[in-house]
Design a protein around this ligand. Sequence first.
Ligand code: GRF
Length: 192
Amino acid sequence: MKKLIGPKKIRTAVFISGKGSNLKNLIRYSKIKTYPFSINLIISNYNKAKGLKYSNIFNIEKKIIKYDKKIKIDNKILKILKKKNIKLICLAGFMKILSKNFIKRFDGKIINIHPSLLPKYKGLNTHYRAIKNREKFAGCTVHYVNSKLDSGKIILQRKVKISKKDNHISLAKKVLKLEHLVYPAAIKIILD
Ligand code: GRF
């Protein structure tokens, strides 16, 4: 990705469907001078997503996009992104699959965080499956988004030990804490 010249930050949109702890964390990091991105737009497919509150708290524009007719929706989002001059998309707990066309139009500029050590445990219920399989390590991965679920090129991955006492809930907490370090670091890697 293009190198940054001077203090200019890359205008970024974060897509969410849930509580938005990664969104909040990315906003926090975006305010640090050495982190080369700003969060300029929040997009959600779900109007009750808890993370939408960060739009008011941090005064960032939000758009709620109802996913009924896919192609139309893609074009609608693309229009909004263009208008806001968005150059990077960060998916953070976004529960909808973007169309091939959308990904093509934003090629190499969409990234996602997944709560597992990819390529292991793509999809949902990662912590539950990791515990069930008696894995020794869990972790999180930031990767580019391509048309296959959780399969794009890996940017950064970190692991954490699963202790004997862990269940899927405690493990999810542990991994989320790690996600909050890994996501901003990954963005820095691709933009610096
Ligand atoms: C995170 O675990 C992320 O890895 C996954 O969905 C969760 C979102 O959490 N894709 P939050 O909404 O950022 O708190």
